[in-house]
Write a protein that binds this ligand. Structure first.
Ligand code: DQQ
Length: 543
């Protein structure tokens, strides 16, 4: 219940408790694997430890949904059963074969602890729940050998495959050689016999191991999603990798050269410092899938805890999934834009609607009428007094460092202004999600921060502050912020989805009904709230 489990979420995906093994609901889970839609159901498979709240004993757990909000658990879909996966069933992806039959490529850990790639097929394709999966006797289909020089402890997480005009399927697998991250490319005519290509699809020196790569097209014309095999002048391609070293997901936009079977990043992305992130807080091992019936591409990401391992074991669970996000290419072609799936809005209730109001420098306004531990807030700001903006020092290139240097408590000219979420009534605890506007040579720069430094009186949590630069021109555009708040998580979107920041927090006072929400401005000059809408969110039925 919510009294002894104040951090359990109400509408984020979490696995069912495993009471059967007699432990106190111990489980842990991670990467979303092979999400797909089939015969009216969404399927989420995820890395799951049936035996504890820490990583280990990995199987593919399985839940289904008709709306991506409410979820029903099923039996584990894939678990160790043959030599090629006897030591673990790690991440992978689903692909639809012609005729609409799904198959799963996943990494297995073999008796020598080598990482190899396996194929599983539904036992019964007429079962919309896809409950049982059978593994190919030919597994593994891809393995490290003496001659292919693949590093057997760095060869994992096959992507959804795409079909070329030559009739060959392609999939990439994350890897590294020394410190060079690799997207190793394999091709196949029949999805069973896979041949390694001479060159990787893409590689980058100095980046370390690439986990959970994702490679997909995005339309330059519309906000509709496109299926993974679509190619041509109307799409750009996106390559995402999860860097094992930093535990962040990075993406690059570019061109897929089908003739060379290579990915060529756009100008501006060549430099490793210019790559973008889906989320500048906690968000890892993410994966997209094409939702055909709704014609959109959806991004799933795993968000782990910021609490100590012993706290995770005490509460008996670890890890949640971010709210699925629709992703589209921004019209500039320079970045992706993401937004929580529209279905989450059906949980909204008790709308609060503010008329436009001035938020004076130094003020804090209570947003009353919502259950602030379980809420959705959208706020837009208008800024006029640009002469008050602080000058951006050219050495301030790292937004996360800048946010931690200039936390919410540090008074500025234009900002900090934004929301205090998970706030206790005496403000002993709060998490601040806010903007600051700086003046640089010829433009204004918007910094977006999520400051966890005062989030909990329990200092035993990771309270790192996160930040991102937001590509919004505050002179001509409104500055918007949306935050999804759910007991121990706040997922924030700035600039209508141009930047996301997700944070896990564990307040001790600001829990359940003692949680409050405020709008604040700790700058010297006032800003205007042009609109603020907030809702309580109902609990979803999850597992
Ligand atoms: N988690 C899986 C791996 C993957 C990693 C193992 C990413 O396949 O590389 O549980 O979090």
């Amino acid at each position: 219940g919510s009294t002894n489990q104040p951090y359990r979420t109400a509408y984020h995906f979490q696995p069912p408790k495993n009471w059967m093994n007699g432990q106190l609901g111990l489980f842990g889970f991670a990467d979303p694997n092979g999400p797909l839609t089939y015969k009216g159901f969404y399927h989420l498979f995820y890395q799951y430890n049936p035996k504890g709240a820490v990583w280990g004993n990995i199987v593919w757990a399985h839940s289904v949904s008709t709306d991506l909000v409410n979820w029903t658990p099923l039996d584990h879909a894939i678990y160790p059963s043959q030599p090629s996966d006897i030591n673990g069933c790690w991440s992978g992806s689903a692909t639809f074969l012609p005729g609409g039959k799904p198959v799963i490529l996943y990494t297995g850990i073999d008796p020598q602890n080598r990482q190899v790639q396996n194929l599983a097929k539904p036992k019964n394709v007429s079962d919309p729940l896809l409950r049982e999966w059978v593994k190919l006797p030919q597994n593994p289909l891809m393995a490290p050998t003496e001659s292919n020089k693949i590093n057997s402890s760095s060869f994992r997480d096959p992507t959804t495959a795409w079909l070329g005009h030559d009739g060959l399927w392609r999939a990439i697998i994350g890897s590294k050689r020394d410190r060079r991250g690799l997207a190793i490319l394999y091709r196949s005519k029949d999805f069973v016999n896979w041949v390694k290509a001479k060159h990787p699809l893409y590689s980058e020196k100095g980046t370390g191991m690439w986990e959970c790569p994702d490679f997909f097209p995005a339309s330059i014309k519309s906000s509709s999603g496109v299926d993974t095999s679509i190619d041509g002048p109307e799409v750009r391609h996106v390559l995402k990798v999860s860097l094992d070293d930093t535990k962040h997901d990075y993406y690059v936009i570019g061109t897929y050269s089908a003739s060379k079977d290579k990915f060529i990043p756009d100008k501006g992305f060549e430099d490793t410092n210019s790559v973008l992130r889906y989320d500048y807080g906690k968000f890892y091992a993410s994966k997209t899938f094409y939702d055909g019936p709704k014609n959109r591409r959806i991004l799933w990401g795993w968000i782990n805890e910021s609490s100590s391992v012993s706290d995770d074991i005490t509460k008996g669970w670890s890890g949640i999934q971010a709210i699925p996000r629709t992703i589209v290419l921004h019209k500039s072609g320079k970045q992706l834009v993401q937004w929580p799936i529209v279905e989450i809005e059906k949980l909204r209730t008790n709308q609060v609607n503010w008329p436009s109001k001035v938020l004076k420098g130094g003020s804090i306004l209570h947003v009353s009428g919502v259950s602030a531990a379980q809420a959705d807030v959208e706020v837009s700001f208008e800024v006029t007094k640009f002469e008050k903006a602080e000058v951006l020092d050219p050495s301030w290139t790292n937004p996360q460092l800048l946010c931690s240097r200039k936390e919410a408590s540090v008074k500025g000219g234009l900002g900090p202004f934004g929301l205090l979420v998970f706030a206790s009534v005496g403000l002993e605890e709060y998490t601040a999600v806010f903007f600051r506007i700086f003046k640089s040579k010829d433009k204004y720069v918007v910094l977006m921060c999520s400051d966890q430094s005062r989030s909990s009186l329990n200092k035993n949590n990771d309270r790192t502050t996160y930040g991102a630069f937001l590509d919004v021109d505050p002179v001509h555009e409104k500055l918007s912020l949306r935050s999804l708040i759910d007991h121990s998580i706040v997922e924030s979107f700035g600039g209508e989805g141009k930047a996301g920041i997700s944070a896990r927090v564990y307040p001790t006072l600001a829990i359940n009904d003692d949680t409050h929400l405020y709008a604040f401005n700790n700058g010297t000059s006032s800003v205007k709230i042009t609109s603020l809408r907030a809702w309580s969110l109902k609990k979803a039925h999850i597992n």
